[in-house]
Ligand binder design. Sequence first.
Ligand code: UGY
Ligand code: MN
Length: 241
Amino acid sequence: MHNLGHTRSCFKPDHLLQTPDTFIRAPLPGMENATAIVHAGPAIGASFTQYTAEIAVGGKLGVTALQRFIYVLNGSIAIGDGRALAPGGYCYLPPGDTRSITALVPSHVLVIEKEYQPLAGFSQPAFIGGAESDIDPQPLLGDSDVQVRAFLPASQSFDFAVNTLLFQPGATLPMVEIHVMEHGLLMLNGGGIYRLGDCWHPLTAGDFIWMRSYCPQWFGALGKTPAKYILYKDWNRRPQG
Ligand code: UGY
Ligand code: MN
C-alpha cells in the first residue's frame, strides 16, 4: 500500500534520521558495478562522509585520497591481494592507499571516509584489518549490559573512532550525552528509542542517524533481542569549526 507520504525519516538542524524507505542509490566516482547510499557528508555539515556501498560480484569501490574505514555488513570482499573479509570484518586504509576493494559475492559494506588531520609527534596510521569477533568488549561506564567494541587502536595517530555498541534488551545509555564530537550511526540489529535533540525516534535495524556536535542523545533498547549499532566519532584532535 502507498504510504501517503509518511516516513520516519527526519532532517533537523542537529540530526538526520534516514530510514531505508527513503534511501536513494547512485554510483560514486571510481566505483565499478557498485552503487552508494550516501548517509552523511559535507552537504549536511558533516566533517566526514559515510555511505553504504552495494557491490555486485567482481564490483569495486575504487581508490580515494581520503583515509577510509570499511565494515562488511553482508557478503564477502577482498582487500587487495590480502584476505577476504566476511560480515563483521573491517579494515582501515590510510590516505591514498591503492589496495583494491572487490566483492567476491554480492556485498553491502559500510564506508567512512575522512580527510586525515595530522598531529605533531604522531605518524600517519598504517593499514589494519580484522574481525569484530576478535575484539574484546568493554562495559560502557561499568554497565556490562552495554558492550563496546573499538575497531581502531587507542593511538593518537587516529583522528576518528569507530565502535559497536551492543545493548541487552532494556539497557540504555547511562545519561543524555551532549558533546562536541559528531556521530554517524548505523543500526545493525534490534531496535529501541533514540532521543535526538527534542525528538524521540523509534529506531530499527537498517536505520542511519547523523548527529551534529552537541546534539543531545540518548538510547534505550526495546524488544526481546539485543540492539546493536556501529558508531563513528571524531577523536583525538582539538575541536575545530
Ligand atoms: O561514545 C559515544 O559518544 C557514545 N556513547 N554515543 C552514543 O552512543 N550516542
Ligand atoms: Mn555520543
